[in-house]
Design a protein around this ligand. Structure first.
Ligand code: MEV
Length: 336
């Protein structure tokens, strides 16, 4: 058996705009998806997925991925997660030149599903790593990121950037602009995450922004302005000492950019009442900045606050189901 894990991520800046070639800066956070894989001696795939949301679900089926039998999947999001595993299996078979390889797979994740924290990317990245290693092939994190991107691209009908998968594979803070993906230095940022217990449909939200952008020049300008914010944020990060605790002045400027970014995402129609109320609650509690993270529509916000105030305020915010601190995960995909 081979066990691999990969971290989830938050977007410091740039989700949605990254789909149109603007830069984005996601940061890996210490909430991980763990995938255990054992090679079988037939070509079947059996997947057991546990705790894939904060409520916990279990789904089990067997069959080859191209001919997966109907299974009683308890929720559409879990169904989607199993789809990502299918795509990871196909990538592993391709990488190892073993089209008939079969696997028993167990997925455990403490990343809320579909909530903007990179749950699907982490599952795909860890799944490809564990399955290829189980077949005797060791891919570099960059190769895994590339294959994980192909898998996400397929599952999301061509509506995916490289940002989530690159970040989950490499760990730390990363910068993605089109096919140009690199790791960057960042100080330990005091992230606080608020989760509304829900999720957004990434495909629908990305399509909504695409329509707006095609219909109105001001929406296209909004997407470009998000890119400008990312570039300013990047310069700020580059000037900070990654080994020092960030100063209040630095966090205030960074947080101001996050607030601006959230406003533009709201204008593009991808926020929601619960995300907005968590963002406002964080700001009122003294957070340096707060924004939604990921596709939006529901799910998570990320705030910057070194004090406990934001977390406490979020826990009392109507519509907030959970709030927690998330450390920057310096390690990406790894064998457990
Ligand atoms: C989803 O986590 C982030 C989006 O920018 C889509 C993508 O980058 O693939 C909305």
């Amino acid at each position: 058996m081979t066990v691999s894990s990969a971290p989830g991520k938050v977007y410091l800046f740039g989700e949605h705009a990254v789909v149109y070639g603007e830069p984005a800066i996601p940061c890996a956070v210490e909430r991980r998806a763990t995938v255990s894989v054992t090679a079988r001696d037939d070509d079947h795939v059996r997947v057991r997925a546990e705790d894939l949301s904060l409520n916990g679900f279990t789904v089990e089926y067997s069959g080859s991925t191209s001919d997966r039998p109907d299974v009683d999947v308890p929720a559409p999001l879990v169904e989607a997660a199993v789809g990502y595993i299918d795509a990871a299996v196909e990538q592993a078979r391709d990488a190892a030149d073993a089209p008939d390889a079969g696997f028993d797979i167990t997925v455990q994740s403490d990343i809320p599903l579909g909530a903007g924290l990179g749950s699907s990317a982490a599952v795909v990245v860890a799944g490809i790593d564990a399955a290829t290693r189980e077949l005797g092939v060791e891919l570099s994190p960059r190769e895994i990121a590339d294959r994980a991107y192909q898998a996400e691209y397929e599952v999301q009908d061509g509506q995916a950037s490289r940002a989530d998968t690159f970040c989950c594979a490499m760990g730390g803070a990363v910068r993605v602009e089109g096919d140009d993906c690199r790791t960057i230095d960042a100080p330990a940022l005091p992230f606080v995450i608020g989760f509304d217990g829900g999720a957004g449909d990434t495909g629908t939200l990305v399509a909504g922004v695409r329509d707006l952008r095609e219909q109105y020049d001001f929406a296209a300008d909004t997407v470009e302005t998000i890119g400008d914010i990312v570039r300013r944020g990047e310069t700020l990060l580059a000037d900070a000492d990654p080994d020092e605790d960030p100063s209040d002045e630095f966090l205030s400027e960074l947080g101001g950019f996050m607030n601006f970014n959230h406003g533009l995402l709201e204008a593009l129609g991808v926020s929601s009442r619960s995300l907005d109320s968590m963002v406002w609650s964080a700001r009122e509690a003294g957070a340096h900045g707060a924004k939604l993270t990921g596709a939006g529509g529901g799910g998570c916000i990320v705030a910057i606050d070194p004090t406990p105030e934001t977390m406490t305020a979020l826990r009392f915010t109507p519509g907030c189901e959970d709030a927690f601190r998330a450390e920057l995960a310096t390690e990406g995909v790894r064998v457990e």
